[in-house]
Design a protein around this ligand. Structure first.
Ligand SMILES: [Zn+2]
Length: 124
C-alpha cells in the first residue's frame, strides 16, 4: 500500500515542479475547501486536482490505466463508482462556490510540456 501511495504522488509532484519553474505560487491540499484540492491558487480562485487514472477511473478517453479491474467486479465497481461520484460532487460544489476547477490526469503528466499548455491556458 505504501508503494502504491508514493507512486500516486509522482504525477502531482511533476505538475507542482512545472508550475514552480514557471513562477506560479500556490497552496497545497487546502483544508476548508471541498475535496481538499491538490493545488490551490487562492487569489485566482482556481484549483487543480491531479487524479490517479485508476482510482478516479480515467477510462472515458481510452486511457488504459483507467480501465476497471476484471476480477472482484462488485467490490471494485462500488469502490470506484463512489470515488467518481465524490469527484463530481466536489467539482460541482467548488464551481458553485465560484472556483474554477481543472482536473489533470496522471497519464497526462507524462508529457509535461503538452500538459503545460493546458495549465497556462487555465491559469491565464
Ligand atoms: Zn489516464
Amino acid at each position: 500500500m505504501a508503494a502504491i501511495r508514493s507512486r500516486d504522488m509522482l504525477p502531482e509532484l511533476r505538475v507542482r515542479k512545472w508550475l514552480h519553474c514557471k513562477g506560479y505560487r500556490y497552496r497545497l491540499h487546502k483544508k476548508g475547501l471541498p475535496g481538499k484540492p491538490d493545488i490551490v491558487f487562492g487569489s485566482r480562485r482556481k484549483v487543480i486536482f491531479v487524479h490517479g487514472c485508476f482510482w478516479h477511473q480515467h477510462d472515458k478517453t481510452g486511457c488504459l490505466d483507467g480501465r476497471a479491474p476484471k476480477t472482484r467486479l462488485d467490490y471494485w465497481n462500488n469502490k470506484l463508482r463512489t470515488n467518481v461520484e465524490r469527484d463530481e460532487r466536489v467539482r460541482l460544489t467548488l464551481i458553485e462556490m465560484g472556483w474554477q476547477v481543472l482536473v489533470v490526469w496522471e497519464c497526462e503528466t507524462k508529457d509535461i510540456e503538452a500538459l503545460g499548455e493546458r495549465l497556462l491556458e487555465f491559469l491565464e
